[in-house]
Write a protein that binds this ligand. Sequence first.
Ligand code: PAF
Length: 288
Amino acid sequence: MPTIHSHISDLRAALQTYRVAQRIALVPTMGNLHDGHLELVKIAKQHADIVVVSIFVNPTQFGIGEDFDSYPRTLDEDVAKLATVGADYVFAPTIDEMYPLLPPPTTILAGAITKQLCGKTRPTHFDGVGIVVSKLFNIVQPDVAIFGQKDYQQLAIIKQLVRDLSYPIEIIGAPIIRAADGLALSSRNQYLSASERRIAPILQQELQYLAKQIGAVQQPLDVLLSASRERITSAGFIIDYLEVKTTELTAVNDESIHNHQGLVILVAAWLGRARLLDNLLVTIGKVR
Ligand code: PAF
């Protein structure tokens, strides 16, 4: 079983003994762990000797009216799952432990990259992610940290944060883990009703289809995207965004698309109570 700490000082003291000779990995999570999270731990174990998993439903990344109160909190089950993949430590702090003052007067603003995609409808979300991840980095001081590629924009922001603030931490993006029918695993999938759950994989199917069309470069991007948006909407989703970007999340158009080897199609859409996120990497000519 992993050792659980809820105080920063206790975790730091426990990790101190390993620092000199061993590599420490951090897997930041908000708990309610599924196979996707366990995969992050498995990857962490390949890159480090000691794996710390943080479990903290971070209030600063939830906007007003979002699901902070109802977000599933399942610490005992989470710890049992983490034992099966060999996590060494769980850091599960209280809100007071993490935030002596809430909201914290010190902010981390990651700039333009946070203003697009999810940032348009969740304008304070990435500021909250920035501060909590910075704090976790300072608390754990890992050699390596693992984040899922499902939250593609979050991963890009964290890479930027590490670069800009000179954190001596290697960031590893882990591939999306999907259910057998293609739906990207997410703690929020449990908000789906049985009938919505049957519809949900359409999002991934549409990304695959779109990727092939973009790869073939036969139709203008906006024509492809509006046809896709229409199909997703008719299936019952309310689209937040469906966009094609470079892998660095800069804009592309029909002219510039040829200059980029790697593209990413990103989607966020509501299905009932669940806001589903997905993305797919594409190279012109083939789907990755
Ligand atoms: O991806 C998440 O679960 C969260 O945004 C993170 C990185 C753990 C920060 O709270």
